[in-house]
Write a protein that binds this ligand. Structure first.
Ligand code: SAM
Length: 346
């Protein structure tokens, strides 16, 4: 692929990087706080949360999402966190995004706690889909993994999401050796029986405690081996920029009547950086051009300093132009970013 040498001074257009990738999928973290303390994500005592004044206001989030959609060609917006359901203004933020033209696809990544109460309001505001994180079917293991006794709330959230039409409802699962990796087939059967689409995610070096270990993570190959009893068939649908490789599960239909699918997101062992179309905004208004970026670009300062939409859009373009070719987890020089996953947004 030809590599452009320098960023045009006045660019216009979308979020293009020097390798020709175009970012059209925006992940917006609405808070760095969470009501769970998953052992692979955060310490038991939580983290030093962003001070309120550093967090974008609802109006600031709405303005940046509008600029992304109307000026920068973003077509999909996913709200995440921390835990996005604990942001008081979430429904209004979704409603504002749904009113944009062209209307973006809108989704939410959540732990599901509180979704039973909010699913209908979110659907009515314009949310299209949800991904609910669930790493175990055992309530006891859930407590050990998340340090909170909320398993039944997550399951109720999934049921409510489907009832509200937030479909396909996907489940995100991180498997960890000796902790929940024996549950892969059971989790898939559960998802198939309920019409949820399961995505297994390889564990990445993004934990606040910096304890991730390459040799201990459960790989995509191991996950597929654990699912071999299902006779999975490689999916024929073009994957495009989707992070998940998908397989069809013979004998099962999805909620939409199409063949049921299961996905594996092999971020570490099967990286998909060459097709990446994502741009990320943190809860304090920093653009990240990659989950693993060690540099960020400050849009909040521009907003609060009186910048015009065109100036903000240009700063966003510049931030994306410098995106690296790949995350480099396997490079000897790899450095884990200072922000953990919970402060970036998955
Ligand atoms: N609170 C929301 C949730 O639970 O989905 C959104 C934020 S959470 C950080 C997003 C996703 O990242 C979850 O599915 C979580 O399991 C996943 N995650 C957290 N740390 C991870 C890691 N080190 N590697 C891979 N996935 C991780």
């Amino acid at each position: 692929m030809p590599v452009a040498q320098s960023m045009p001074v006045t660019s216009g257009g979308g979020l293009v990087d020097r390798f020709g990738r175009v970012a059209t999928d925006l992940r917006v973290s609405l808070t760095d706080r969470c009501n769970l303390r998953c052992t692979y994500c955060m310490p038991a005592e939580g983290l030093a949360w962003l001070p309120r004044e550093q967090q974008l206001t609802d109006d600031e989030v709405n303005r940046l999402v509008r600029i992304a959609v109307e000026d920068l060609g973003v077509t999909e917006v996913r709200f995440t966190g921390g835990e996005p359901l604990i942001r008081p203004g979430l429904v209004g933020i979704v409603r504002a995004a749904a009113a944009l033209s062209p209307r973006p696809q809108l989704s939410l990544t959540t732990n599901g706690i509180g979704l039973a109460r909010l699913a209908v309001a979110l659907r009515d505001a314009g949310l299209d889909r949800v991904n609910v994180s669930l790493d175990t079917l055992s309530p006891d293991r859930f407590v050990a993994l998340t340090r909170r006794d909320r398993h039944s709330d997550v399951l109720a959230g999934l049921v409510a999401a489907v009832a509200a039409g937030l479909t396909p409802a996907k489940i995100n699962t991180v498997l960890m050796r000796g902790i929940n990796d024996d549950e892969a087939p059971e989790l898939l059967r559960f998802a198939l029986d309920h019409g949820y689409e399961l995505r297994f995610i390889e564990q990445m070096p993004l934990d606040a405690q910096h304890q991730w270990n390459r040799h201990e993570m459960v790989t995509a190959d191991e996950i597929l081996e654990a699912l071999s009893g299902f006779g999975l068939v490689p999916d024929v649908v073009d994957r495009g920029a989707a992070p998940a490789e998908t397989w069809l599960v013979p004998g099962y239909a999805g909620a939409d009547g199409h063949p049921a699918r299961v996905g594996v997101i092999g971020s570490v062992t099967r990286p998909f950086c060459g097709a990446c179309d994502r741009t990320r905004l943190t809860a304090d208004g920093q653009v990240r051009n990659c989950l693993f970026a060690t540099e960020e670009s400050d849009l909040r300062g521009l907003l609060r300093g009186g910048a015009s939409d065109a100036e903000v859009a240009d700063a966003w373009r510049v931030a994306m132009f410098g995106k690296r070719a790949g995350h480099g987890i396997d490079d000897p020089s790899f450095l884990q970013p200072a922000r953990p996953m919970s402060a970036i947004g998955g």
